[in-house]
Design a protein around this ligand. Structure first.
Ligand code: ZN
Length: 179
């Protein structure tokens, strides 16, 4: 329902209120999940409100103090389970979380795979759009790792697959020219 989608926007905005994008202090965190939902709606032509709500909420369990129970009460099981699927285990080290995403990717539900790809597209687009503190090397490492995760998630929505390939191509061409 549209009203639940609006609830998810308001909920995520509150939860991410004091956060800024990693490596990019000027951008409020909430811009990222909004970009992911926007991509799913406009580029990927995904019109399922629960999927769009889950995309708005996809980082609240990982990056804020939101609990699973709190989410279940407000947004129900499907949205919450989708968010859980795309949430990293923050008790693991950074390197282990990155490895685990590649290992878990083939077993995600189709909807979780769509969020994963849109998430990676949004992150790469931010790398190209904003001035970040990341080195060229770190940006290339992020690209390589994203390609490994997305390889396991492709084949569900051709618009998303194409958008991912295009942004990777653009990133490979432009990163070296960035400051
Ligand atoms: Zn994200």
């Amino acid at each position: 329902m549209f009203s639940n989608f609006i609830d998810s926007l308001s909920f995520a905005a509150e939860k991410h209120i004091s956060q800024r994008r990693k490596g990019c202090d000027l951008v409020p965190y909430i811009n990222h999940p909004i970009k992911v939902a926007h991509l799913l709606f406009t580029t990927a032509k995904e019109y399922d409100f629960e999927l769009l709500s889950a995309s708005i909420l996809h980082d609240v369990l990982e990056d804020t103090c939101t609990t699973e129970l709190e989410m279940r009460k407000i947004f129900g099981d499907r949205v919450t389970n989708l968010v859980i699927e795309v949430t990293d285990d923050m008790t693991m080290t950074y390197e282990d979380r990155k490895r685990s995403q590649i290992k878990k990717a083939p077993f995600l539900s189709d909807d979780a795979k769509k969020i994963k790809i849109a998430d990676k597209i949004s992150n790469i687009a931010d790398m190209l759009e904003y001035t970040m503190t990341w080195s060229h090397r770190r940006k290339h490492q992020y690209l390589e790792w994203s390609e490994k995760v997305v390889k396991e998630c492709r084949g569900i929505n051709e618009h998303l697959d194409r958008a991912f390939d295009e942004i990777v191509k653009e990133a490979n061409k432009t990163i070296e020219n960035q400051p």
